[in-house]
Design a protein around this ligand. Structure first.
Ligand SMILES: *Cc1c(COP(=O)(O)O)cnc(C)c1O
Length: 382
């Protein structure tokens, strides 16, 4: 196995899926995979065994679900749909969520005629996350979701004209890596702003950002939240997590190409054959420091060997993070980054002509190559 490569552990995915399935079974809710986080379609049959289906951010992901998760629910949301895509979308999806009354007016009736369930994404104007404005759809100036005043205007206009609002459901997505206390806070805002409208709906979609498979996640509170919407408004409840499906289920393996001499700050730069900018852009975008699972890190307070990992690209900011190890590193050592199944493979790029990591899938201790990338993948895209 040549580095860099991703290794997806299908047993760990299945373990997550069992937790999600437990929530579905205990509450009667439906959980969908948000494909934008994890599109490893080799495992879609496994995902389809446990979950109700998948959700897409656009026509390509919808097509992927249609082809690879046959017979399961196929939902789609986009901030704006294109005329040239809509017929194909309506022929393969069963739920479509619009971002605005204008999109609903443009496509809603066609979607209903094609037999789809139609929803609108709302903005409850309730921020529950700090510091990550780029992941907060309730941040000021957000383009995501319809605010209460605009939804009410739309519903009022429909009534005046005596036309159907073409609405079956309400969708919101405001969380990111959060626990169910923040979901509860958000539901309070949803009820306060949209409670009377919910009575007219068939379903509500809680979006993603629920870290359901994390060890400290409060499942009981989540299930109380689901039951509250089912009982108060007779709604079917959907959730569409991405991260929770593939949390801690994959690794990225890299090799040390060079250890540079210690700098003025006492830290040695290490060049790896992987790159934050190309293989894990969230490290720079979010930003965060990915965990290293191998070699062994020094204990808290223990002296060790401190290194700054960087990629072989032109970007001085292509830094993965700083780590202190028990042992000295040298050329040829393997480095294993953890939690690399989510928002990694779906975000890779070939900037600087960087080779894309191959993708392996492990099952019962055997790792099999699923995708190999080469020069032709780079050439096809530039
Ligand atoms: C990103 C996103 C999700 C999935 O979010 P996770 O944080 O991966 O759980 C679900 N729904 C919508 C609309 C999204 O934008």
């Amino acid at each position: 196995m040549q580095t860099p490569y991703f290794l997806i552990d299908s047993e760990k995915i299945e373990k997550n899926l069992k937790v999600l399935r437990g929530v579905m079974d205990r509450t009667g809710s439906k959980i969908l995979l948000a494909q934008k986080c994890f599109s490893c379609y080799a495992l879609y049959p496994l995902v389809g065994k446990y979950l109700a289906g998948a959700t897409a951010s656009g026509i390509f992901e919808a097509q992927l679900c249609h082809e690879e998760m046959m017979g399961k629910e196929n939902h789609i949301f986009s901030p704006a749909f294109r005329e040239q895509d809509i017929d194909a979308i309506l022929s393969i999806c069963d739920h479509i969520v619009f971002n605005s009354p204008a999109q609903l007016l443009r496509y809603g009736e066609r979607a209903k005629k094609a037999g789809l369930q139609v929803g609108i994404r709302v903005n409850p104007e309730c921020s529950t996350q700090e510091g990550h404005a780029i992941y907060d759809p309730c941040s000021p100036g957000s383009r995501l979701g319809t605010k209460e005043v605009h939804l009410r205007e739309y519903l009022h206009d429909c009534k005046e004209k005596g036309v159907s609002p073409c609405l079956d459901g309400i969708h919101f997505h405001t969380l990111c890596e959060q626990n169910s206390d923040d979901l509860e806070t958000t539901l309070n805002a949803i009820e306060e702003k949209f409670g009377d409208i919910l009575h007219e709906m068939k379903w509500i979609n809680f979006g993603g950002g629920h870290h359901i498979t994390r060890a400290d996640y409060d499942l009981d509170r989540l299930e109380r939240c689901i039951k509250r919407m089912q009982e108060r408004y007779s709604l079917a409840v959907y959730l569409e997590p991405g991260e929770a499906v593939a949390l801690n289920a994959g690794t990225l393996h890299a090799t040390v190409l060079e250890v540079l001499p210690k700098g003025d700050d006492g830290v040695s730069n290490v060049i790896l054959d992987t790159s934050a900018a190309c293989h894990m852009p969230d490290v720079i975008e979010m930003p965060y420091t990915p965990p290293v699972l191998h070699p062994t890190l020094a204990e808290e307070g223990e002296d060790g060997f401190r290194y700054r990992f960087g990629g072989p690209t032109c970007l001085s900011g292509d830094v993965i993070g700083e780590y202190t190890f028990k042992e000295k590193l040298s050329e040829g050592d393997e480095i294993v980054f953890g939690d690399m199944a989510i928002y990694s493979m779906v975000k890779t790029n070939t900037f600087n002509g960087m080779p894309l990591p191959d993708i392996y899938i492990s099952k019962e201790g055997i790792s099999s190559l699923w995708k190999h990338f080469s020069y032709s993948d780079f050439k096809a895209r530039v």
